[in-house]
Design a protein around this ligand. Structure first.
Ligand SMILES: Nc1nc2c(c(=O)[nH]1)N[C@H]1C(S)=C(S)[C@@H](COP(=O)(O)OP(=O)(O)OC[C@H]3O[C@@H](n4cnc5c(=O)[nH]c(N)nc54)[C@H](O)[C@@H]3O)O[C@H]1N2
Ligand SMILES: Nc1nc2c(c(=O)[nH]1)N[C@H]1C(S)=C(S)[C@@H](COP(=O)(O)OP(=O)(O)OC[C@H]3O[C@@H](n4cnc5c(=O)[nH]c(N)nc54)[C@H](O)[C@@H]3O)O[C@H]1N2
Ligand code: SF4
Ligand SMILES: [Mo]
Length: 684
């Protein structure tokens, strides 16, 4: 039988059709507006049955014995044990000593609201997401500029500027749209330090020096203004701070900037002019900007390009969402006043959006190890693997060890789960119905619909949270016995029900898609305008226009120690077979090539006679890892690309052993996990 749902094995949330035979998932196909032979393939989805029915799945709750070994337990016993711990800290009058850390995998929509609701009603402000290193930090820069994150309408664009994103590996619906537009003649510009498959297809590829995107954006802004390629009507009617931006950008002349960031000035000028003069043009920014020390200002500068050219919220440009009215589910008003969150040092981040709340995950480690701003004693980790995915993972691991009590909710026995006192087995994405963030943000809403029963005794995340809530005395706050009733209640203001969504697998539209909404309603910023200048940022102590206070001294971790660490390390490609630290134990996904390699240019390989397959030690001030070499011209001399995501599978390949968490972006708390200075040595 064929069933419709949304895949959530990575954050792309692709609509899929699943073949179910005798209650078992057999195969799954991604839906797309493109013909089958033109769709970008997803190897994870092809291996969906292997992942769902992997013999490595956690199938019962586990409790750690006094001797350190795990034993199987019933849900009642495990949840009672966790609930008793919650009660203990409450009795000690320190509910804020309990934290809840969310990784990316259980989704950011309703599941994030449920975790917040539980913690707010319990009395702890410490529900923390990992948005500081993911797209949420970028979303914040978009939001401070024009009120929300804009999404490229690439399929209709005549010019596509892709900046640090590689959708063929990470977001296949978007990849389909780019391919469609390009095959219809749209121009393609790619900003990426790596010669990716997309860069090879581009009309112009800017192989930027990693981490220096802000300089490029400012030079492009300068070129577009100087050549008068701006949209005067839009700028005069709908923006703030144009003159200030012009003045700051005039300090970034292409001829001076380009050579410092490994680029040809002519090519940069050409890219700026092509983007500004081809209409409509969209700008797709990605995780190449995230995880950088300079994440916020660089994304703000890139975002300004959309306003200068008037491409914001135009058909074929970058479109602003039409938010769906929802019943607030986080119960923020239940949180007792007076206890600040452990992330309070990042107030602009914590307040830019009601629904995101606290996202600076490094603060969890500060609180546990350094009691900064106060201590955390118990942590629930849901859908994340922080001991390999957080910056400076040795420190993150020490923090997990230090806790009095650690609960992990996951599908597999990860390195983080292995440290837990209690492990609760979660059901995977095909085994539960949830209102994911893609559904809430987009118009139409597409339901992630349960198509098979949970594997073993695993439970969907919603059920775990609701049941735990009831056991800590929050029966009234968690009255729902199914996901459906909770979703119906949350969607009530939109007038949409789960039943309706099930009848309409391609989604339900709450209102017609509209462009240039700002002409009627303005932008959802403080001034109601597109803000080249942001008063809120200035009042918060930061530059009101991008780089208004100069360019930062340090954009790459350890750049003050370049003598000893001369190469730029780039945290590498997101292989389509895997999601972050996941899926390396699935044999079907490992069989072709392993992929755990370091790309090094022949210029940098020559002095040590490094050849393909040689084991290399990569070292930073934080630590050393070992991987095999691949001599390759996809990287620029002076930089290496280090495979991302192998740390759970093999500790010796854990990239975050190398990264730093001490220096962070002052606005978003983002450490330099993408780009850092390092050195390599051939293992002899
Ligand atoms: N150096 C470096 N560091 C990085 C990155 C990088 O590229 N380089 N990427 C960063 C980014 S953008 C992110 S988002 C983070 C990701 O960091 P994490 O969120 O820690 O990433 P994952 O490795 O995807 O871990 C997700 C975990 O959730 C489990 N899981 C999957 N589905 C479900 C579910 O439905 N419910 C529950 N409860 N669990 C589930 C998986 O088994 C897995 O163990 O890593 C960041 N760290
Ligand atoms: N298959 C798969 N899909 C995934 C994930 C996964 O792990 N695997 N993770 C999911 C998650 S959590 C996220 S956040 C998204 C991220 O997905 P994307 O936004 O596509 O991000 P990445 O693939 O990490 O990086 C995109 C590009 O940025 C480039 N880049 C690296 N450094 C720089 C730089 O300094 N400047 C510029 N301009 N570019 C740079 C990289 O070479 C890469 O080609 O993908 C999601 N989808
Ligand atoms: S890209 Fe693949 S794994 Fe990710 S949501 Fe889409 S189908 Fe699923
Ligand atoms: Mo992410």
């Amino acid at each position: 039988m064929k069933k419709d749902t949304v895949c959530r094995m990575c954050s792309s949330c692709c609509p899929v059709e699943v073949e179910v035979v005798a209650g078992k998932l057999v195969s799954a196909q991604r839906k797309s507006f493109l013909d089958k032979d033109k769709r970008s393939p997803c190897l994870k989805l092809q291996a969906a049955a292997d992942i769902v029915y992997s013999d490595r799945r956690l199938t019962t709750p586990l409790i750690r014995n006094k001797d350190g070994a795990f034993r199987q337990a019933s849900w009642d016993e495990a949840l009672d044990l966790v609930a008793a711990r919650f009660q203990l800290y409450k009795k000690q009058k320190h509910p804020e000593a309990v934290g809840w850390l969310r990784g990316m995998a259980a989704d950011w929509g309703a599941p994030w609201d449920y975790a917040n609701r539980l913690m707010n009603c319990y009395g702890s402000p410490n529900t923390i997401g990992n948005g500081s290193i993911c797209f949420v930090a970028r979303e914040m820069a978009h939001t401070y500029t024009y009120g929300a994150m804009a999404f490229a309408e690439a399929a209709r664009a005549r010019c596509i500027l892709v900046w640090g994103k590689h959708d063929a590996d990470t977001a296949l619906g978007a990849a389909d749209a780019i391919n469609h537009a390009v095959s219809n003649g749209a121009k393609l510009i790619v900003v990426d330090p790596i010669q990716t498959p997309l860069a090879r297809k581009a009309d112009i590829w800017l192989q930027i020096k990693p981490g220096h995107d802000g300089l490029l954006a400012m030079a492009m802004i300068n070129e577009i203004i100087t050549r008068d390629l701006i949209d005067h009507e839009f700028i005069e009617g709908f923006t703030t701070g144009f003159e200030q931006l012009r003045e700051v950008a005039s300090r970034y002349a292409i001829d001076e900037i380009a050579p410092d960031i490994w680029l040809d000035p002519h090519q940069v000028g050409e890219a700026a002019r092509l983007y500004a003069t081809t209409k409509p043009a969209c700008l797709i920014d990605g995780n190449g900007l995230d995880m950088q020390l300079d994440i916020f200002q660089s994304t703000r500068a890139v975002a300004c390009l959309r306003g200068l050219t008037g491409n914001i919220d135009r058909p074929g440009g970058d479109v602003l969402p039409q938010p769906i009215p929802l019943r607030p589910f986080q119960a923020r008003d239940r949180l007792p006043a007076g206890v600040p969150s452990i992330t309070a040092a990042y107030p602009l981040f914590n307040t830019f959006s009601e629904s995101w709340g606290n996202q600076v995950q490094s603060c969890v480690v500060d609180a546990i190890l350094d009691q900064k701003p106060y201590g955390l004693k118990m942590l629930v980790v849901q859908a994340g693997n922080p001991v390999v995915t957080m910056a400076d993972s040795s420190r993150a691991r020490r923090a997990m060890d230090e806790l009095e009590f650690l609960v992990v909710i996951d599908l597999f026995m990860t390195r983080t789960a292995a440290l837990a006192d209690v492990i609760l087995p979660a059901a995977g994405c095909f085994e539960k119905t949830q209102l994911n963030r893609a559904a809430i943000r987009s118009n139409p809403i597409i339901l992630q619909n349960q198509v098979i029963e949970p594997v073993g005794q695993s439970w969907p995340d919603w059920k775990i949270v609701f049941e735990l809530g009831r056991r800590i005395g929050l029966e009234q706050e968690f009255p729902w016995t199914t996901a459906e009733v909770a979703i119906d209640e949350q969607l009530a203001p939109a007038g949409v029900t789960v039943e309706q969504l099930r009848q309409s697998p391609d989604g339900v539209r709450v209102e017609e898609l509209r462009h240039e909404k700002y002409r009627q309603h303005g932008f959802a910023t403080t001034s109601g305008k597109f803000e080249f200048f942001s008063r809120r940022l200035q009042e918060g102590g930061f530059a009101g226009v991008p780089y208004g206070e100069g360019y930062p001294a340090e954009v790459i971790s350890f750049s003050t120690q370049q003598q000893e660490f001369p190469l730029i390390g780039i945290s590498g490609r997101r292989d389509i077979r895997f999601t972050n630290s996941q899926y390396r134990t699935i044999p079907a996904l490992l069989k072709d090539e392993e992929g755990c390699v370091v790309d090094i240019h022949s210029v940098d390989a020559a002095p040590q006679q490094i050849e393909d397959g040689d084991p290399l030690q990569i070292t930073t001030p934080k630590g050393t890892i070992t991987m095999r070499a691949r001599v390759s011209s996809v990287v620029h001399p002076g930089s290496i690309r280090i495979a991302w995501g192998w740390g759970d599978y093999n500790h010796a390949c854990n990239l975050n052993t190398l990264t730093d968490d001490a220096v962070r972006n002052p606005i978003t708390g983002t450490p330099g996990q993408r780009t850092f200075m390092c050195r390599v040595e051939k293992v002899r």
